[in-house]
Design a protein around this ligand. Structure first.
Ligand SMILES: Cc1cc2nc3c(=O)[nH]c(=O)nc-3n(C[C@H](O)[C@H](O)[C@H](O)COP(=O)(O)OP(=O)(O)OC[C@H]3O[C@@H](n4cnc5c(N)ncnc54)[C@H](O)[C@@H]3O)c2cc1C
Length: 387
């Protein structure tokens, strides 16, 4: 395992750190999701103006052509600064890289410029009520008509679809083919007739997710990405970016910052002499170090020009357990105030830890459930027979 950066990588880290020190707008406390999105769009436009968003994109499309190691460094520095996470995440991390790999020149010209500056937000329309882990079971149907297709069906868990101008969507275009074939990858105009977006309220009380219903939605020919009926290959590009390496590096540092804050909370509540509370903090520290070592191993592989491989499932599992455990410990440290919610008298940090605990439940589902990760580990790393 190589635990050191090159001079160029250290210089890159200093450059982003310097930019953030000079330009960072720390997010205020938002009264609503709408307010957060608007604020986030302005912040992202500021990052884009100096090419500090989508650093992995090529230069000609507004990025910096950053290497995977530089992307990891960028994510760690960004998280350390406590900046708001980019509002157009689906556009930057999923739709953009997929269009770069499979889109036509016209599609790139039309859609890429407004992704980085958050001029147009994107959502991901993959999951359906009957297709999640087994995504290829999807049944949303696109029927050919003059000049394009007519789309009918339903998507679910579509994050931020209520704010999105465009969506990347998988639809069945050929029911005669086996399930991984006959799927096409379409860009959906979220303002088209026949689309209904219904927000779903989560246990945090917020509505980031949505159900999206399509009733005879016209999708023009030029919105097909890649080859007709071969959208599964295009979807794999999107999924590889979704399950890619940037996320665990960002999350490692986000949680290092959380742990510092939790330590401060324990100190403030006079709990540092309490053996149980100290044990809990120490345990989270150890779990974070384990995640950091997993990340360093990934970095070493990237430095050798290798792919992260199925070991990224270990990383996902280590992150899931670490974040869920730390979130539970945070409530232990909140003690008798843990059942309170934001706005309540005496609730620490306006309910931040309660919200974090509720949110952490999503960790074992999003980006591939824990059971699916365990299947990958047992089959592809341990070589056990398929169940
Ligand atoms: C925070 C968050 C954001 C999301 N954002 C989006 C988005 O923007 N767009 C989008 O399209 N989707 C999104 N999703 C949906 C996400 O991709 C799905 O929830 C995920 O793929 C799991 O699918 P499912 O919920 O249908 O569960 P299912 O696949 O139905 O799984 C149900 C249970 O069965 C288990 N299971 C399933 N298959 C197996 C197996 N082979 N072996 C063992 N156990 C199995 C699972 O682990 C789980 O416990 C988001 C989810 C979350 C939590």
């Amino acid at each position: 395992m190589n635990l050191s950066f090159t001079d160029e990588e250290r210089a890159f880290a200093e450059e982003i750190r310097g930019w953030l020190a000079a330009n960072l707008d720390l997010p205020p406390s938002f009264a609503s999701l709408e307010e957060e999105i608007e604020w986030g769009r302005r912040w992202q436009a500021k990052l884009a103006a100096d090419r500090w968003i989508g650093v992995h994109w090529p230069h000609e499309y507004g990025g910096r052509g950053a290497s995977p190691i530089e992307v990891a460094i960028y994510n760690m520095e960004y998280a350390r600064s406590r900046a708001l996470q980019p509002v157009n995440r689906v556009g930057i991390n999923l739709a953009g890289p997929t269009l770069l790999a499979h889109g036509t020149d016209d599609q790139k010209l039309r859609w890429l410029p407004s992704i980085l500056n958050a001029g147009e937000l994107w959502c991901q329309l993959f999951s359906e009520p009957g297709a999640g882990s087994d995504l290829a079971a999807l049944s949303t149907k696109a029927t050919p008509v003059e000049g394009g297709w007519v789309l009918n069906g339903q998507k679910v868990w579509s994050s931020y679809a209520q704010f999105a101008r465009w969506g990347i969507c998988l639809a069945r275009t050929n029911a005669e083919q086996p399930k991984h074939r006959g799927i096409s990858y379409l860009v959906i105009d979220m303002e088209a007739d026949g689309i209904e977006v219904r927000p779903l309220v989560q246990i945090t009380g917020e509505a980031e997710f949505n159900e999206v219903f399509f009733t005879d939605v016209f999708v023009p020919d030029e919105h097909l990405v890649g080859t007709l009926d071969q959208g599964w290959a295009v979807a794999n590009t999107t999924l590889a970016h979704e399950r890619g390496t940037a996320f665990p590096f960002k999350e490692q540092v986000v949680h290092e910052v959380y742990l510092d804050d939790l330590y401060a909370l324990a100190l403030q509540r006079g709990l540092l002499d309490d053996v149980d509370a100290s044990d809990e903090l120490a345990q989270s520290f150890v779990e974070l170090r384990v995640l950091r070592l997993h990340n360093w191993r990934t970095l070493s592989r990237l430095a050798r020009g290798e792919e992260p491989g199925p070991e990224s499932s270990w990383v996902k599992l280590a992150w899931t357990d670490m974040t869920q455990n730390m979130s539970t410990r945070a409530l232990d440290i909140c003690g008798e105030t843990s059942p309170l919610w934001r706005g309540a008298h005496d609730v620490p940090e306006n309910g931040r830890w309660q919200r974090q605990w509720l949110w952490s439940k999503a960790a074992s589902i999003a980006g591939g459930t824990s059971e699916v990760q365990k299947n990958i580990i047992s089959e592809r790393i341990l070589g056990l027979p398929r169940g």
